[in-house]
Design a protein around this ligand. Structure first.
Ligand SMILES: [Zn+2]
Length: 64
């Protein structure tokens, strides 16, 4: 399993912009993941090391 294969659940206090894996501190990319329980889960991806974080965001995307 690579770093980008696993997803770490994060509870955000005041701010979350530093990667807990590599220390990159300029924020994150965003990706979408389909989930059984919710329409779409939004994940944060560290641009430097590829670590993925779940801060509990979900979204409904428009149907095509
Ligand atoms: Zn990182």
């Amino acid at each position: 399993m690579t770093t980008s294969d696993s997803v770490q659940k994060i509870t955000v206090a005041d701010e979350f912009k530093v990667c807990t894996v590599c220390g990159y501190d300029m924020g994150f990319h965003v990706s979408f993941q389909k989930d059984i329980d919710v329409p779409v889960r939004l994940l944060l991806i560290c641009p430097d090391c590829g670590a993925r974080f779940d801060v509990g965001w979900t979204a409904n995307l428009p149907k095509n």
